[in-house]
Design a protein. Structure first.
Lengths: 492, 428, 126
């Protein structure tokens, strides 16, 4: 019984190139207050283009209708729950948007003199201070543009710290449950990857770890809680094993939503970690970005942080480039400042009292879902869940229906799918993270939907296997898209 | 809800954690504030910054970040919750809005750059440049990278950071001190049979428009790829695109993205058809659904981190979707004619001011140019201008020690004649 | 289903040797597991491969799988038809969907591979 959605017509809309008509326009520039320069005279005929072929020409009304219609074809947090594990799809507060659009935040150039940028630097400093308090680390860089970028920066720091001691070493250990960015990043930073198996409880196998850590191992990249939503109870032991061999502990902070305000990575042995501001700190996903991935470190890694570093000289902020051991720049300028503003606004709104409460609510919501769905879906690990829970499709796949089909059927019920088939250590995984945003009402609707689908798998499996049925497009042919890629519009 | 789970209080949810990892103290962060307090805070911090157009400053800085008007339509569209609060379009059936917009974005970038394939955006140009270099390395099987000194200095720094641990030799070649274009002889001397890519920027960091054909000929003669970088996207409205490039890596901030003290921006990589499988980042592709209707989806995902893991073309997970959407709306608003007119305005404003100052390079330029001060120190000129609420150009000595007492000035359609006249006067 | 004169590996590759040259592909079981194949990275002619090491990659929409060489030797021919028509691996994995031909450098390696009966028994155990 589908309670959350009903079908409704959505407008059709073609591409900008198809609604284009020569001579239409949607802009007006102010008059020039200086003489018009002839392009060919100034640049040379060879440098001047005659026209931008096939570029669209549309009116303002065309533009607003075009994009409004397109937007109605999307699901979004503003419409309902995204139970995506490890994505932390929490509400994106609109006050963040207002804060980022303040002229003095939006219209500042990174190269304007420090004396004219003190407000921006103060914002960065305040965010640094808050994030250090939350993580329990000693120093932080706000430069990296996203999580993967933060990971890359973190691994560069490990490399630099070990190289400074004489040997950067060759390998990084990565649990088989890790997010794909982890091994991809290790490779980019010049390290070989060695997989470390999880034990029967879904945690790092400390015996296997002790055997694996040799003088060739630079560090381990760990996510805590792990990607099955379980806290690594042996994390202190993991840290000890690494440190005893002179190796370092990197923490992927994607799951900080389980820890903010109640547990601090700096307290359990992490040397370096990144945060995802677009996850834990509510900055909007925007359909796939932008994000920001600050990297926090313990003091012994501070000298290697990217340049420039924010520094206080007297009563003024400055950018300090005199950092001889720095790994260098990981991007131009200082960071995704607009995203940093949004994250700080979020922190200010919750405050020191509200952040741990949000974390507890996230844990509560995940465990509530787990309890309600346990009788219907296989739970591969009995360990207590933190902010997300992972089921497997073991029961349903026996009846010929896998996690992907269940996820697609969930769309018909008015939800975005959960994370399908990840982490890899669970066959046929269903990874669910509700976040603290969701009310009991939305969670109950979600659980009702999942239970109903479970019944459908038994009674009318084909309905599930051929889902979704009520979306604007039927199942999209991804196979042909990959075999014969068409990645741009061409005039027919 | 606690009853359902079988717990008596919420703290029980973490009872299983080792005591040592628990942080039971209050955070050293002030209690939660109202939205009015929060907005006041950012307005106060904002008032401590000079802002172009905001609290009345005129800004003549370019150097990779440009002040351009932002059509009202841009924020109207990106503020829609269905765009702002949506996730990466992995589930094609409920993300056709995002996917269609990305497809349009990719198409327009191809049209603007003269390339066959464009991705759904990178973090920014500074990180797109090393990604393009790594693409060239994968595509050619060679490893040497040769970069012009006139590519943005910070992009070159990032290239160095990215390649330092991968055993990739990096070299640079210089520019002609008269024209400001790349030194062709130096390029010819520096290129080897192991060179995977030659990287140039146009307009270059000095604002000078490069001879892309000539650079391409030399690169291709030696079996290397040509990577062309752009940082001022508005130039593509008027300049002949780099059709002879193999890979284009650029910055789209000029397309309605606020300067925001340096980010978030959107870079892009575009390339010729034959390199499609080497391109990093997301790609939206056209296909059909089960009923034969046109539909879009992310495609060629097997290049990416979530599938290939350590064999991926990159570790990148994000595309700057919302930022790319701002650019897409901007491009739709201006359109074919508008982009040209916008570029002509930029050209005209810059040439007006340049005509009243002493530019040091003879090469053709778009909206940026380098000026030397004859009578006063550069720092003094900028101080005088600040007193008039004008942010002057970028002193170049920090990046190019040989260019003493010079600054890089940028004029855009937002520059006004009275302020440009004041800048000219300051040099007198 | 599984040709008599082929030999098989536990990684689901097959090899058919004639005059010291082995034609290699993936088995019907493998193509079924992989799902719709969208791209095949065929090896370059002249490459030397080692038994058990990866020599080609087969991509479906959601996964990329390495194909391991069942025998060692030099690649003397690659099936370029797969670049334009990767679906051949699904429709005809044992004939038209061949991936490459290898000039065997260690002919005895063949003896350690599975016979069709052994391979089918191995599949049955799965």
């Amino acid at each position: 019984m589908i309670k959350k959605v009903r079908t409704h017509p959505t407008q059709n809309e073609q591409l900008l190139f198809e609604i284009s008509s020569p001579g239409k326009n949607g802009y007006q520039l102010p008059d020039l207050d200086v003489p018009t320069i002839d392009a060919v005279d100034a640049l040379g005929a060879g440098n001047t283009r005659t026209e931008i072929e096939d570029f669209p020409e549309v009116s303002e009304v065309d533009v607003i209708r075009h994009f409004t219609r397109l937007s109605t074809w999307n699901f979004a947090i503003d419409l309902g729950l995204y139970p995506l594990g490890s994505c932390t799809m929490k509400y994106n507060p609109r006050i963040n948007e207002q804060a980022a659009r303040v002229d003095g935040m939006a219209w500042i150039h990174p190269y304007q003199p420090d004396s004219l940028s003190q407000g921006a630097m103060q914002v960065c400093a305040e965010l640094e201070r808050c994030l250090l308090d939350i993580t329990g680390m000693d120093a932080i860089t706000l430069q990296p543009a996203a999580g993967a970028h933060g990971e890359f920066t973190g691994i560069l720091l490990i490399h630099a710290a070990l190289a400074a001691q004489g040997n950067p070493r060759k390998k990084l250990l990565i649990p088989d449950s890790a997010h794909g960015t982890n091994p991809a990043t290790a490779h980019m930073a010049g390290y070989a990857v060695e997989n470390i198996a999880s034990n029967a409880r879904g945690m790092v196998d400390t015996e296997a770890l002790a055997r694996a850590v040799t003088e060739d191992v630079a560090g381990i990249m760990i996510t805590n809680p792990s990607t099955i939503g379980v806290f690594e109870e042996n994390i202190a032991q993991v840290a000890d094993i690494m440190h005893s061999k002179g190796a370092l502990l990197y923490m992927d902070g994607a799951n900080m939503n389980a820890l903010a305000g109640i547990s601090r990575p700096g307290d359990f042995g992490v040397d370096v970690m990144h945060l995802n501001l677009h996850k834990t700190f509510s900055t909007p996903h925007g359909g796939g970005g932008p994000g920001a991935g600050p990297v926090a470190v313990k003091q012994h890694l501070e000298p290697f942080l990217p340049i420039p570093r924010l520094a206080r000289v007297g009563d003024k902020w400055t950018w300090n480039y005199d950092r001889p051991q720095s790994v260098g720049r990981v991007r131009a300028f200082y960071g995704n400042f607009g995203v940093l503003v949004r994250a700080l606004a979020y922190i200010m709104a919750h405050g020191g009292n509200g952040l741990p409460r949000a974390t507890y609510d996230a844990l509560l919501n995940a465990n509530y879902i787990r309890k309600l769905l346990e009788p219907y879906y296989d739970l591969p690990y009995a360990e207590p869940s933190m902010h997300e829970c992972v089921f497997s499709d073991a029961r349903q796949s026996k009846l010929g229906v896998d996690t992907m089909s269940i996820a697609k059927r969930l769309i018909d019920y008015g939800f975005h799918p959960y994370t399908v088939a990840f982490p890899l250590i669970v066959k046929g995984a269903l990874m669910i993270e509700p976040t603290e945003t969701e009310s009991k009402r939305e969670l109950d609707l979600f659980c009702d939907a999942m239970i109903s689908i479970g019944k459908e798998v038994e009674e009318t499996p084909d309905l599930v296997k051929t889902a979704p049925h009520t979306t604007r497009t039927a199942k999209v042919d991804e196979v042909t898209a990959a075999r014969k890629p068409i990645v741009r519009w061409k005039r027919p | 809800m606690l009853d359902t789970i079988g717990l008596s209080k919420i703290e029980d949810l973490v009872a299983h954690l080792p005591k040592a990892v628990r942080y039971d103290k209050p955070l050293a962060i002030a209690p939660g504030r109202s939205e009015y307090d929060i907005l006041d805070y950012f307005k106060e911090r904002g008032s401590e910054n000079a802002a172009a157009g905001g609290n009345g400053y005129a800004c003549f800085l370019g150097a990779g970040v440009y002040n351009h008007y932002r059509p009202v339509m841009v924020d109207t569209v990106v503020s829609r919750g269905e765009f702002l609060t949506s996730y990466t379009p992995y589930q094609a059936e409920i993300s056709q809005g995002t996917l269609t917009a990305i497809f349009e974005f990719q198409s327009m970038i191809c049209q603007l750059t003269g390339m066959d394939v464009a991705n759904a955006s990178m973090y920014d140009a500074s990180t797109a440049v090393p990604e393009a270099a790594m693409m060239a390395i994968r595509a050619t099987g060679r490893s040497h990278i040769l970069t012009a000194r006139t590519v943005h200095p910070e992009y070159r720094e990032v290239l160095h950071t990215y390649t330092q641990h991968q055993g990739i030799p990096l070299d640079e070649f210089g520019y002609d001190a008269t024209s400001g274009l790349i030194d062709i002889e130096d390029l010819s001397r520096s290129i080897t049979k192991d060179t995977a890519a030659v990287i140039i920027q146009t307009p270059n960091f000095f604002g000078i428009v490069e001879n892309v054909k000539q650079a391409a000929a030399i690169a291709h003669e030696h079996g290397a790829l040509l990577v062309v970088v752009f940082s001022e996207a508005v130039s593509l409205g008027l300049l002949e695109p780099p059709r002879d490039a193999d890979i284009v890596a650029g910055e789209l901030q000029s397309f309605a993205i606020p300067p925001s003290y340096g980010g978030p921006f959107a870079g892009v990589i575009a390339c010729k058809e034959k390199w499609i499988r080497q391109i990093p980042g997301r790609l939206a592709g056209e296909t059909k659904d089960a009923n034969g209707n046109r539909a879009f989806c992310l495609t060629l995902a097997t290049r990416e981190q979530h599938i290939r893991r350590e064999k991926a073309t990159s570790n990148i997970c994000t595309n700057q979707a919302l930022i790319a959407l701002m650019a897409t709306v901007f491009l739709a608003v201006y359109g074919k004619q508008g982009l040209r007119e916008l570029a002509v305005q930029n050209l005209s404003k810059a040439h007006y001011l340049a005509g009243k100052t002493k530019t040091i390079f003879s090469g053709p330029f778009f909206n940026e140019f380098v000026v030397r001060s004859e009578f006063k120190g550069i720092a003094e000129i900028n101080r005088e201008l600040e007193a008039k609420k004008i942010i002057g150009g970028l002193p170049l000595e920090k990046f190019y020690p040989e260019l003493k007492n010079t600054m890089l000035l940028c004029c855009t359609e937002m520059s006004r004649k009275p302020q440009m006249d004041l800048v000219a006067e300051a040099f007198a | 289903m599984y040709p008599e004169n082929f030999r098989y590996t536990k990684e689901h590759e097959w090899v058919h040797v004639e005059n010291g040259v082995g034609t290699i592909g993936i088995t019907d079981h493998a193509q079924h597991e992989l799902g719709d194949i969208v791209y095949v990275e065929v090896p370059k002619v002249g490459t030397h491969v080692e038994q058990g090491k990866s020599f080609a990659v087969v991509e479906s929409v959601k996964a990329a799988s390495e194909i391991y060489a069942p025998v060692s030797g030099e690649i003397v021919e690659a099936n370029d038809a797969l670049t334009a028509t990767p679906e051949l691996l699904n429709s005809d994995p044992h004939v038209a969907g061949w991936i490459a031909k290898i000039k065997l450098s260690v002919p005895e390696e063949i003896d350690r591979l599975l016979s069709p009966t052994d391979y089918q028994a191995y599949l049955g155990e799965g």
